[in-house]
Design a protein around this ligand. Sequence first.
Ligand SMILES: [Zn+2]
Length: 158
Amino acid sequence: MRQELQDELYAKYPNIFAQKDLPITQSCMGWGINVGDGWYKIIDELCQKIQDHTLEVKRTYKKFNPQASQVKEKFGVLRFYIDGADEYIYNLIDEATAKSAKTCDVCGADGHCASYRRWWVTLCKEHSAEYIAKSGHSIDEVYYDEELPEDFDDSETT
Ligand SMILES: [Zn+2]
């Protein structure tokens, strides 16, 4: 993601991105927000909802302090790892991940998550054509559904 977009998110949600300056040995947030510009809106909306929810919970539980530990793209979809979250926030993240599988990560237009010679990317028609022209890789498989394939592994954090 472009530096200025990333900085906007950091400025808007300082508590969620409190780990951004920690050394890599302590938090993967040090790698920055590793997704395409097209997902800016998805992350912005997700963080807004997390922030609103956090303020709500803090009224009764002051220690509540969810912090993103890594934000990246994996297998063509958004991976948003967070420390100290609750079930409500995990559901918000699942929604955002499902949305990312239908949103071009380059431009934010409607897209499909597809595998280009085993490399998963979510792109709109135009950027898919561009990707194929550049890489020479054709599409092997496309996921149109909200359901992600079962073998999408989100346990790994690298
Ligand atoms: Zn696009």
